[in-house]
Design a protein. Structure first.
Length: 727
């Protein structure tokens, strides 16, 4: 009889012991009884008999699902680190790491698929006979080296080429279980044309090559367009050649077909892609092929950090400052921090790249914990964008745009260039109010003004997404004079149409470009110069290049200057810098104007005159002086309830527990920045300590007491380690 420790997917911070007639390998899935239910858990270890106190009450494992572990040792160690560091339920951690189909108990082994194989005739055919059909030739050449999934071949060479080969009797398709081949990409690996790296790139590539085969973290701090991606490409070349895999994490919105095709073109290999819009079975397939060591390059968003790698060679986190790497609910992990852990466990290098590194990473680089690589110039001779502050005080404002800015826009438009106008809010206006009594139309569930959407002629709450019809009268005084306040993208779009009649414009926000294809089509049309005026939100700041844009106008930076969140200035600086990086290329230098009522604000001045790098270093010294992260560690306990007293009271209780037993600094309870959402009042307790160890120790010690508080079952509460925002 063996005693098996199992992580069962329930929200309890513990594992459970079961019996089985023989020991099981850690990492295999099992079906276990849990109360009246049967759940799928993962074996984490086999316990020795004397470590189990009472063996009489133990239940037996019902079924063993896998012959081989679905989670290897490294990932299991990572899981352990995750549940300890984030103080989360082990079973939920392991579930979060597995593809959805495996959570549901499906087989981890590949299932039958359409496979394209060369026929005997194909083997005897000279490739030269296909020289007038280069796609067929390339496809056949590939098949001569190895069979291929039919879907892959169609993606790489086009469906017509595959069909032609089949029609000619040179290849055939049949359905069977594919045999994934370790290092399969090596037979295809080719090196496309590459530019000669400039001095800074060459230094970075050489430094990265030196750290191959060992753990090391490097920050590649390179201004936008400085050729960071080119550094990634050249740095991973020897890794791929040595039969090692590379896992690249990119922000949610940065995973474009262009990104993927850049890697595919350079190396002529298939890239495994993982993102949230993939079907569960497609996801499982990439997971299987990565685990089998068949895919050389895997590119994915946040949760791709859990992809198993048989032949790990390097990890890359592109745009490492991006907020989408932090999961904001459930298991609140940060994929970048996890990447550091993973690289360490696997003994491989990790490369973090950004034009606007997070303060956490920059601090690690400046203090020497990370290797600091810098690219200070744009590649290919492109000029960087000149930034200016536009003083909007005492100027007439038209649809949110200051008079002075209109003149500048006109110059750029007259010169035949594109102008990008950034607005931080979608919709027509962020509020609707009564002109007679001043009453604002509020979402009752969130106590926030509704945003006016003229497109749908409805009001929408941007906190809970609920909508309602446009009222015709004020609910308080019945006046029919309702007016909008503030400016959103829809209004700017409408305004620009009347200010610049005849100039073709396009709006890009999550309302106008729903669906992945719509965004890509719009971006392509912009680069074909089908539009001259681009109006949009955050989406415009992420990764896309607009070579014909010579002016970027940011309409409202004042909100972020006076935010209660100490990270607001970091986020504003990142946004502004990323936006300015979208404009201008070698032949067309760009400029950027930040419209503000606070033209002398030191932050703006520093950013505009000295750039992000300088701003960030200065801001870091301020954070240090103020005793803020990354110089101290924090966690937040959030609580929400329909009765605000319960949420507040629970956190008061938590505070009592900490004050009784810990040395950390406790602030709050405060209302969260979003005080109410979906009918629930939200509060937080912020706990800080200059050292991470004692902070975590006190939380670990306190958790059982927090769970036992009378209100613990009456409110929704969660622990957020290293919080990145207080909303
Ligand atoms: P980033 O990732 O920093 O935004 P990219 O790698 O995309 O920068 O490079 C920006 C542009 O400059 C791309 O078109 C790229 O092909 C080009 N480029 C990069 N490095 C060089 C180089 N050494 N010589 C010429 N062009 C380069
Ligand atoms: Zn009124
Ligand atoms: Zn709401």
């Amino acid at each position: 009889m063996a005693f098996i420790q199992v992580a069962v997917p329930v929200p309890l911070r513990q594992q459970f012991t079961y019996t089985h007639h023989k020991p099981l390998e850690a990492g295999v899935r099992v079906v276990v009884p849990f109360g009246p239910r049967k759940l799928i858990g993962v074996v984490t270890e086999v316990l020795s008999q004397h470590s189990v106190e009472d063996t009489t009450k133990l239940k037996a494992i019902i079924e063993v699902i896998d012959d081989e572990p679905v989670i290897d040792k490294v990932l299991l160690n990572m899981a352990q680190w995750l549940w300890q560091y984030y103080h989360h339920a082990p079973g939920e951690v392991i579930h979060a790491m597995l593809p959805v189909l495996l959570r549901k108990g499906e087989s981890a082994l590949p299932s039958a698929q359409d496979i394209l194989t060369v026929t005997e005739r194909g083997k005897k055919t000279s490739l030269e006979t296909l020289s007038r059909a280069p796609k067929q030739k390339a496809c056949l050449a590939g098949l001569l080296a190895a069979e291929s999934l039919a879907t892959t071949a169609r993606k790489q060479h086009g469906a017509p080429a595959v069909k032609a080969l089949i029609d000619k009797g040179l290849a055939y398709v049949d359905s069977r279980v594919p045999s994934f081949v370790e290092g399969a990409w090596l037979t295809q690996l080719a090196l496309g044309d590459k530019p000669i790296p400039d001095t800074e790139q060459a230094v970075a590539i050489a430094a990265l090559n030196r750290s191959n085969n060992q753990f090391a973290v490097s920050l590649l701090e390179g201004v936008t367009g400085s050729g960071k991606t080119e550094v990634y490409l050249q740095a991973i070349e020897p890794i791929l050649q040595h039969g090692k895999q590379v896992l690249i994490l990119v922000p949610e919105i940065g995973l474009t077909p262009q990104t993927v095709s850049r890697f595919e073109k350079r190396f002529a290999v298939e890239v495994g892609v993982l993102h949230s819009q993939l079907s569960d079975s497609a996801r499982l397939q990439v997971w299987q092929r990565a685990k089998a060591g068949e895919l050389g390059i895997i590119i994915g968003t946040r949760s791709a950090i859990f992809t198993p790698l048989k032949l790990p060679g390097m990890l890359i986190v592109d745009e490492e400052h991006d907020e989408s790497f932090k999961q904001q609910d459930g298991l609140r992990y940060h994929a970048r921090d996890l990447a550091v852990m993973r690289a360490k466990q696997q003994g491989i290098p990790l490369l973090l790249g950004s034009a606007t590194p997070s303060f956490e990473t920059l601090n690690n680089a400046l203090s020497g914990r990370y290797t600091h690589l810098q690219l200070t110039r744009r590649a290919g001779g492109a000029k960087s964008t000149h930034q200016h502050v536009l003083d909007a005080r005492d100027q007439p404002i038209h649809y949110g745009i200051a008079q002075g800015l209109l003149g500048i826009m006109r110059q750029h438009l007259n010169a035949g260039n594109q102008v990008l106008v950034f607005v931080n809010r979608r919709g027509y206006a962020p509020a609707l109010l009564c002109h007679h009594c001043g009453e604002t139309v509020m979402c009752k569930r969130c106590d926030r003004p509704y945003t006016v959407h003229k497109g749908h002629n409805r009001l929408q709450c941007h906190h809970c997404a609920s909508t309602r019809s446009m009222p015709s009268n004020c609910a308080a005084c019945h006046s029919s004079e309702l007016v909008t306040a503030g400016t959103g993208t829809e209004q700017v779009e409408q305004g620009l149409a009347s200010l610049f009649p005849g100039v073709k414009q396009v709006r890009i926000d999550s309302d106008s470009v729903r669906g992945k294809d719509k965004l890509h089509d719009t971006l392509a049309a912009i680069n074909r110069q089908e539009y001259q005026l681009l109006v949009g939100t955050q989406i415009l700041s992420k990764g896309h290049h607009f070579p014909h844009v010579t002016l970027v106008a940011v309409l409202d930076v004042d909100g972020a200057l006076f935010s209660a969140d100490f990270r607001a200035s970091e986020k504003l600086a990142q946004l502004v810098t990323q936006l300015s990086g979208r404009a201008g290329r070698a032949t067309k230098p760009g400029e950027m104007w930040l419209q503000t009522h606070n033209p002398h604000h030191p932050l703006l001045q520093d950013l505009v005159n000295n750039g992000y790098g300088h701003f960030a270093r200065l801001a870091l010294t301020e954070r240090k002086a103020a005793g803020l992260p990354p110089f101290i560690s924090q966690f937040v306990i959030r609580a929400e309830a329909t009765d605000s007293q319960l949420a507040y009271g629970f956190l008061q209780g938590c505070k009592g527990v900490f004050i009784d037993q810990a040395s950390c600094q406790i602030n709050g309870p405060f209302p969260c920045l979003i005080e109410k959402r979906q009918g629930r009042f939200r509060f937080m307790l912020v706990c800080s300590h200059s050292k991470r160890g004692p902070l975590h120790a006190s939380l670990r010690h306190a958790l059982p007491f927090l769970q036992a508080l009378p209100l613990a079952t009456k409110v929704r509460w969660s622990v957020d380690i290293d919080p990145t925002d207080f909303s």
